[in-house]
Design a protein around this ligand. Sequence first.
Ligand code: FES
Length: 108
Amino acid sequence: MSLTDLRTTTGHVVGRVEDVPPGEGRAFVAGGTQIAVFRLRDGSLHATQAACPHAGGPLADGQTDVDVLVCPLHLYAYRWSDGAATSGATGVRVYPVREVDGDLVVDV
Ligand code: FES
């Protein structure tokens, strides 16, 4: 399978890795779904739904570390490992994301 096949048959290219500064998140659309992609300072990538399930907060503007994403509106925290809320509230959907030749590829 070529890199082109990998990009187009298993996910959506949403942008370039450099579009997301280290330690921050950015909002994208992947296959018609609004998502937020984060590039952590350790180089890892994470993706989740764009809107917080609590009250629609912009998760791309949240603070994050290697374990959790914190919504900027009411500070609910969601685990990257499975999207569960640490408070027991409704969790977020997380999506596989990877870099392919500098592109951000998200499976939605
Ligand atoms: S909108 Fe995200 S915690 Fe309330």
